[in-house]
Ligand binder design. Structure first.
Ligand code: SAH
Ligand code: SF4
Ligand code: F3S
Length: 475
């Protein structure tokens, strides 16, 4: 569930480096005495979405976003703990912020997100120039923490909540293209995948009020947005009980409610868990043209023994059955995945099962990683991280190579087909070209025509394909 990745075959190890995306508001207002904040976000889309909640909270206390950290009064970094490398990146960025602070005493530095939650007070000991440490459920406390920090008192709030969903906060969209937006529909995770730090950094799973989600989608549509991505670590376990009617809204009900906002509003979601995705969800997707035919369904491993060690609670056969169900109900649906190589005790044969799963599921793309042991997780406590780094990396390269081949084949099969594309903006390479995605989440680049603008839907016929992009022409 990583950020709007323009490439089809993403490798998150690479993406992580690029992910220090700076967020700023397009139109900053210049009220008197207004202070400025600068924010960088790392990790998953949840974090990017949270940064927009933080921006909204800061806006209330007269802080405006800036893209220039040198002129900011407050530097924030929204952090990720998912792999060791993600944390290393954050430490490196803190060294840069330290320099800014030396040149501009009084600038406050705050660490937000999962690494803040994981390290808590230790952060203040380890990183002398950090003024506040704020966990994912404590963002409402930021104004108080800032006030204390201004008085020279460093602060930590890493309280994890069972209720907080920030449902009433209208996010301040940062670095937006004005067409696509994220909406958080739940927080936390109750699964205990043995490799994963998220349950420790994000706390218990809770679902947000369904009406507030529909209201946010409606508001975005009225402001010109044409696509929303509903976010959660495990969207299929979304469950919200209406306190008035006592009725329960499940994920299938929710996507239907959002789909009804307008036929011109596209719905995407991430991440689906193979154990929880139901045929009811698949049928709901099939019966609404504006619910995109794309499912991110991380397999992690193609081998049942490894999946058991990972505590994923499904096996290879179950996963294959879910894939079959998706293709039966929606033959035009694309599926993507997350894959971990070299998990504890994984053998060469078991690794081969992951490779064969990539072929079986015909993933349009995957995010691929080698296993990185995380302190405190079940795997760290119970299993030995016994696969040598070279082996993990070699297996990862095999996975990447095969996925690239499959993506290429998958994209080649689109040549000659015509897709409905939502225009998102200029292509990276040329302002004479637009880029936009089809329902299957594939990026298509095509020459512009007068009168068209971002937010318009067009029909594009594909004539060329690499493993990463499709090229087409308007029809
Ligand atoms: N909730 C999502 C995953 C969120 S984390 C799900 O269940 O699918 C995103 C991805 O990071 C995971 O799918 C997994 O592939 C990878 N990941 C998580 N912990 C990891 C670890 N310790 N080492 C390597 N990759 C990891
Ligand atoms: Fe982590 Fe598993 Fe929860 Fe995903 S479902 S966030 S991998 S514990
Ligand atoms: Fe996301 Fe990283 Fe936290 S993947 S939930 S920001 S550990």
């Amino acid at each position: 569930m990583y950020n709007n990745n323009p490439t089809l075959t993403g490798n998150k190890e690479i993406d992580e480096k690029k992910q220090g995306e700076v967020f700023f508001q397009q139109k900053g207002s210049d009220k008197p005495n207004q202070k400025k904040f600068y924010i960088e976000s790392y990790g998953c889309q949840m974090n990017f979405s949270d940064s927009e909640i933080v921006a909204s909270i800061l806006n209330e206390i007269n802080y405006a976003p800036t893209r220039n950290m040198e002129e900011s009064d407050l530097i924030l970094i929204n952090t990720c703990s998912i792999r060791e490398k993600a944390e290393d990146t954050v430490r490196k960025r803190l060294r840069i912020f330290d320099k800014v602070k030396e040149n501009r005493p009084g600038t406050l530095v705050g660490v937000l997100g999962c690494m803040a939650e994981r390290l808590k007070e230790k952060f203040l000991e380890e990183e002398r120039l950090v003024d506040m440490v704020v966990g994912p459920d404590a963002y409402r406390d930021i104004p108080t923490l800032i006030a204390n920090a201004e008085d020279g008192e460093k602060g930590v709030n890493v309280f994890l909540s069972r209720e907080e969903t920030y449902a009433d906060i209208s996010p301040l969209r940062l670095g937006t293209n004005g067409i696509t937006a994220f909406i958080s529909i739940m927080r936390g995770c109750d699964n205990m995948c043995s490799f994963c730090v998220v349950p420790f950094t994000r706390g218990r799973e809770r679902s947000r009020n369904a009406f507030s989600i529909v209201a946010e989608a409606t508001d975005l549509f009225q402001k010109g947005y044409r696509e929303v991505t509903l976010l959660g670590q495990n969207v299929d376990s979304y469950k919200w009980k209406n306190p008035e009617s006592e009725e329960t809204v499940n994920f299938a009900n929710l996507i239907e409610m959002v789909a009804k906002v307008s036929p011109d509003l596209r719905i995407r979601f991430s991440t689906s868990h193979p154990k929880d995705i139901t045929d009811e969800v698949l049928h709901t997707m099939a019966s609404h043209e504006n619910i995109c035919k794309y499912i991110h369904l991380p397999v992690q491993s193609g081998n049942s023994r490894v999946l058991k060690l990972m505590n994923r609670t499904y096996d290879r056969e179950w996963y294959k059955e879910r894939v079959q169900s998706i293709y039966n109900i929606m033959p035009d649906c694309a599926i993507s995945s997350d894959i971990i190589t070299g998990f504890c005790t994984e053998t060469e044969e078991e690794h081969q099962d992951t490779l064969s799963m990539i072929e079986y599921a015909n993933y349009s793309m995957s995010y691929m990683f080698f296993y990185s042991e995380r302190p405190g997780t079940l795997a760290a406590r119970k299993y030995t991280d016994d696969i040598p780094l070279e082996t993990k990396k070699r297996r990862l390269n095999e996975v990447i190579r095969l996925q690239n081949q499959i993506s290429f084949k998958n994209n080649q099969a689109d040549i000659g087909k015509t897709f409905k594309v939502l225009i998102e903006g200029d292509s990276k390479k040329s302002d004479k070209e637009f880029k936009g995605r089809n329902s299957q989440n594939k990026m298509i680049v095509f020459s512009k025509k007068d009168g068209l603008q971002p937010g318009d839907y067009v029909q594009v016929k594909v004539f060329e394909a690499t493993s990463a992009t499709l090229k087409g022409q308007l029809v």
